[in-house]
Design a protein around this ligand. Structure first.
Ligand SMILES: Cc1ncc(COP(=O)(O)O)c(C=O)c1O
Length: 501
């Protein structure tokens, strides 16, 4: 039986940003059926759900002119010229913006705690040019694999300026990190044992940090490290201090990613301080560094959140105050003032990158919403699964605004870059700029149906290619065609001459 949805009498329970969607409800019958309460005298309860009217009709009063701001340039360069030169889709890093983000974060923290080192989270953006720029600003490297470690070394970052984290490090990677004096943060008991074994083989005493996980947010990131509340972390610290091959010199945490509330960090740092000072008192160790990890949010808006990212995200100064305040207050409790490491990823790179994309077709979907098919799919913009990315048309077209679903070129129904976004009427050939795409989009991208495009770096002196668009050969080169599959038809294949080993 279909029920009238309960009208929520309390306006604060209605998400402010969903008000517009509420206005679009065509009738109560748009709501799904709810079950009648057992007691027929009780009003039925259904949690309030808001449904958008899937018609694409805007509800604005006639004459209420609204324009979607256009963006003709990226990093000071005309988008049309960038596309002429490098094609579409095109990923653009704005060098000045990247440097600006690093400097803002660095000065916010150094102001509060001068001995702060920024370890750039390499996994957040694998582009060498990006990491080289951050390095030139003074960043160390934060890595979670041998690949990332070698990338840093290749860019000239010495091993002793690398923070080596992650739930699994290979034996070769551990030995290299020991050899080169990287800061190894132990993630679990097995790794602890393996590092002891390698240190013994190599005749070295290895300074190590312990990664902790703790209950400050939900769900906790308890796949990593030693649990603080259960006593596991204390047990691990005892094992480390008892091992002649190891020296306990730091504590590490990374409580999650995209944490807009600096209060989480404040609480976590207080736990870290209490634990670190206890270890110094009870065990023979000096906690020379505290590593707070990354996770600082950007202005991107997560799906289904009530307010835009910009409205809820803390500033670099607020994160710095939340982390360094407790540290300053507790500084004297440590044997010596610990060095502070932070491992930012997204807050450094997210806002420095844009994706330029072209509308290739416009369709109307079953629900009557319009769909614009763009040449950038989720294979090169995987953060579409988390964010409602801000985007702008390149040309200021004016005219009516319509509700579009932006879909990518992949043969998957889930290839959706924006479920619903208001844009001026689009036609094939129109260019769009998707903003703030610097974090995780290249490192988590994949070749699927379409290749990865050109990646360029833009600055005041010009625009340079920093990663060439992939070709068929690039993708197929690692493949081999076994001898029994080489026949009259396949003998001409690009793969036929390759050694099958
Ligand atoms: C250990 C560690 N440090 C730093 C980061 C960077 O996180 P973010 O890009 O959210 O700042 C991550 C990412 O998950 C991480 O696992």
């Amino acid at each position: 039986m279909k029920m009238r949805p309960p009208w929520n009498p309390c306006p604060v329970l209605l998400p402010a940003c969903s008000f517009r969607r509420l206005l679009k409800m065509s009738s109560w019958h748009d709501y799904p059926p709810t079950t009648m309460s057992e007691d027929q005298n009780q009003p039925p309860y259904a949690s309030p759900e808001l449904y958008g009217l899937p018609s694409g009709v805007t509800e604005r009063a006639p004459g209420a002119e609204r324009r979607i701001e256009a963006q003709a340039k990226v990093a000071g360069h005309a988008v049309t010229e960038l596309v002429e030169r490098f094609g579409s889709p095109l990923y653009v890093i704005d060098e000045e913006s990247l440097r600006g983000a690093y400097r803002r974060l660095s000065s916010a923290f150094r102001e509060e705690w001068p001995d702060t080192i920024i370890g750039s989270s390499v996994k957040t953006n694998y582009l060498s040019a990006v990491q080289a720029i951050l390095r030139s600003e003074g960043a160390w490297g934060e890595v979670v694999s041998g690949f990332e470690y070698r990338l840093c070394r290749d860019l000239g970052i010495p091993g002793n300026e690398i923070l080596f984290n992650g739930p699994w490090k290979t034996d070769d990677d551990i030995r290299l990190a020991i050899e080169e004096g990287a800061t190894i943060n132990l993630d679990g008991d097995d790794e602890l044992e393996r590092v002891i074994r390698h240190a013994r083989d190599m005749g070295r005493v290895v300074p190590v940090g312990l990664r902790l996980n703790m209950q400050v947010n939900y769900p906790p990131w308890d796949k990593f490290g030693f649990k603080l509340e259960s006593g596991h972390a204390l047990e691990a610290a005892r094992l480390v201090t008892a091992a002649p091959e190891l020296e306990l010199c730091g504590l590490h945490m990374h409580v999650g990613t995209y944490i807009p509330d600096p209060g989480f960090y404040g609480r976590a740092v207080e736990s870290l301080i209490a634990f670190g000072t206890r270890l110094e008192r009870e065990l023979d160790c000096t906690i020379a560094h505290l590593d707070i990890g990354g996770g600082y949010a950007t202005r991107n808006t997560l799906h289904d959140t009530m307010l835009p990212g910009e409205a809820i995200t803390a500033t670099a100064e607020e994160y710095a105050a939340a982390i360094c305040g407790p540290l300053r207050r507790a500084a004297r409790q440590f044997k010596k003032k610990p060095r502070l490491f932070i491992e930012p990823g997204r807050i450094l790179v997210d806002e420095a990158a844009s994706m330029i994309t072209t509308v290739r077709a416009v369709k109307r979907m079953a629900g009557q919403q319009k769909a614009a098919l763009i040449d950038c799919g989720v294979h090169i913009l995987p953060t579409s699964w988390w964010y409602d990315h801000e985007l702008r048309p390149v040309e200021d077209k004016g005219g009516a605004i319509e509700d579009y679903r932006l879909v990518g070129p992949l043969c998957m129904q889930i290839d959706v870059v924006r479920k619903s976004v208001e844009l001026p009427a689009l036609t094939a050939g129109d260019l769009l700029v998707i903003q703030d795409v610097g974090a995780y989009n290249f490192s988590q991208s994949m070749q699927f149906i379409y290749m990865r495009p050109n990646y360029v770096l833009a600055n005041a002196s010009g625009v340079e290619l920093i990663r060439e668009a992939e070709s068929d050969e690039y993708v197929r080169t690692p493949e081999r065609l076994p001898a029994h599959l080489i026949n009259d038809e396949t003998s001409g294949s690009f793969l036929a001459g390759r050694d099958a080993r």
